[in-house]
Design a protein around this ligand. Structure first.
Ligand SMILES: Nc1ncnc2c1ncn2[C@@H]1O[C@H](COP(=O)(O)OP(=O)(O)OP(=O)(O)O)[C@@H](O)[C@H]1O
Ligand SMILES: [Mg+2]
Length: 544
């Protein structure tokens, strides 16, 4: 706060009433003006964008980022890379925000949007060198962006899908996952992502509540063991290994009281002087346990979830009475299960009654891997559509990345539910737009024409980056795609990153959502225009 005051600026007026700015302690401040400011800003933004460029596409590289606590993160997700990079430069931060807004709105395309912004800035720099005013460049970019966004709509295809025929959803989710480390199990993972979204989606309102999809990671096992559970997963096991492992049409009692005889709260002393007294005490304790188990049984419960532990005696009695139970269930889970199954949380045994029980179609204990990790899965909950994606993997880093990738795929599926239009990936949409924008440039008079043409060039940077990252000759690949698009009057030709032998992205089934692609262009252009409008950078030189 003090720092701000120290370097604050003040507006004053000279004798003719003209305003001017007084910068206090100017010698202690760095200041960049005009073209210099533009250049410096563009340079900063481009260097951030350059880092992401190699991550784009199905053959894009991953990054490893080590946090302040020494914890490494391995990821391919643009937004995550930028967020974890801890960018301190003010313009660099704008790019972090750019990627984040794409992530918030769309979920996928967070790398592409930054690469596009970087390409636009590179073009802007060339135009500035030619002596074109930043405002004219900015105008040209805006006009070109409008044309491109409209053209995307024109070339978009509708993918009609129904609940019986979900291929289009699977394939689009699969394209999103193609650039991630879990792409080895692309098919299985995209099915999990789509099924999870559909399970909770409200198709009439075209709305998806992501809060109902819980991602649970558990280290161990293999990535392909990842599964979708239509219900709640509890990282606990049955309190006794011989209890039933599968309960159909379960009636669940949720207890927040322990299976123990009540203990007096203050200090107490008990003198047992005769064997008779001891036997009586023992019988009394036994009765407590028996009553508790009986009360559970009487309520009709077939499964007991308890927030606290049980005495061994209680555990034994529960087993004898064929009443499976889970102990030490966390508070958060208790609430979640209560909501999902429609159960009431019961704080005293006396309050147990049948209408307070929750119901679930199937509760089972499943074990994984060689370590025999166990989990309790509650499926077919009566009151909620909640699903859990149980992610398995060799280490936490892998699980985290799988979670981020699945999230991307789920976002894409949600977007398709909202709007079922797609464009073709692999740079096909970008090249089609570039051709259209280049055409449009010829009809623009004034210096904006240069900016419009540059926008087309910037669009072509996406297929170039895709080809580069796949080890293909970039310029030749782009030239081939362009020629084929023009010759065949097609807008589905893109870069064959995976060397499948065809350029046709429709055949390769590389789909991207229309709204995602449009948003990329709009956000990138908006940001570049913002950077171009800055012509003065004032900051304290000795940064703290
Ligand atoms: N099989 C494929 N062949 C060619 N291009 C592909 C293929 N799969 C994906 N692409 C292209 O790769 C790009 C997406 O790459 P990537 O997923 O790495 O970045 P992003 O979606 O922009 O960002 P992020 O996924 O990190 O949020 C898109 O341009 C898409 O068209
Ligand atoms: Mg992606």
């Amino acid at each position: 706060m003090q720092q701000g005051a120290k370097y604050s600026q003040q507006v004053a007026f000279d004798e003719y009433g003209q305003p001017f700015i007084i910068l206090r302690e100017q010698d202690k401040q760095g200041r960049l003006k005009g073209k210099e400011a533009h250049k410096a800003n563009i340079l900063a933004a481009r260097s951030v964008a350059k880092i992401l460029r190699t991550s784009l596409g199905p053959r894009g590289m991953d990054k490893i980022l080590v946090g302040p606590d020494g914890q490494p993160t391995v990821t391919n997700d643009g937004a995550t890379i930028l967020q974890k990079m801890n960018v301190t430069h003010e313009i660099g931060k704008l790019l972090v925000e750019l990627s984040k807004s794409q992530d918030d709105e769309i979920g996928d395309g967070t790398t592409g949007v930054v690469v596009m912004a970087g390409a636009l800035l590179e073009e802007a720099e060339k135009l500035l060198d030619k002596g074109i005013h930043p405002i004219r460049i900015s105008q040209g970019f805006e006009d070109a962006c409008e044309v491109a966004v409209k053209h995307l709509e024109a070339i978009a295809d509708r993918v009609p899908w129904t609940e019986e025929k979900l291929d289009a959803l699977y394939e689009t989710a699969s394209t999103t996952l193609g650039s991630k480390v879990i792409s080895r199990f692309q098919k299985q993972m995209s099915k999990i992502a789509v099924d999870a979204v559909l399970a909770v989606a409200d198709l009439k309102r075209k709305d998806v509540n992501f809060e109902l999809i819980k991602m649970e990671g558990k280290v161990g096992g293999r990535l392909e063991d990842t599964m979708l559970v239509r219900g709640v997963v509890l990282d606990k096991e049955m309190s006794h290994s011989q209890m039933d492992k599968e309960i159909k049409d379960a009636k669940i009692a949720i207890l927040t009281c322990p299976f123990e005889p009540p203990k007096p709260k203050n200090k107490h002393k008990l003198d047992i002087t005769t064997a008779e007294a001891y036997r009586e005490l023992y019988a009394r304790e036994q009765k407590y346990f028996k009553d508790m188990v009986q009360m559970c049984k009487d309520s009709g419960a077939t499964l007991v979830l308890c927030q606290w532990g049980f005495d061994d005696e209680a555990n034994h009695l529960l087993l004898q009475n064929k009443l499976p139970a889970v102990r030490w269930v966390g508070g958060v889970e208790i609430e979640l299960i209560a909501i999902a199954t429609g159960a009431r949380i019961v704080p005293r045994f006396e309050e147990l009654e049948s209408k307070k029980l929750g119901s679930a179609g199937l509760v089972r204990e499943v074990s994984f891997g060689t370590t025999n990790d166990k989990m309790v899965v509650i499926e077919g909950c009566a009151h909620s559509k909640a699903v859990t994606v149980l992610i398995r993997g060799g280490n936490q880093m892998m699980i985290d990345e799988a979670e981020r990738s699945l999230h991307d795929a789920m976002c894409v599926t949600r977007n398709l539910i909202k709007d079922n239009r797609i464009v073709y990936g692999g740079g096909a949409a970008e090249v089609a737009c570039a051709l259209k924008v280049a055409d449009f440039a010829d009809s623009v008079s004034g210096v904006e024409q240069y900016a419009v043409r540059s926008f087309a060039d910037a669009l072509e940077q996406i297929p170039i980056a895709l080809a580069e990252n796949s080890g293909l000759p970039p310029i030749e690949s782009l030239a081939e795609v362009r020629r084929k698009q023009i010759d065949q009057k097609s807008n589905t030709i893109g870069v064959d990153c995976k060397q499948k032998g065809t350029n046709d992205m429709k055949k390769q089934k590389v789909f991207e959502t229309l709204i995602g692609k449009q948003q990329q262009l709009l956000l990138a252009t908006q940001l570049v225009r913002m950077i171009l409008k800055i012509d003065d950078v004032i900051q304290p030189q000795d940064k703290f």
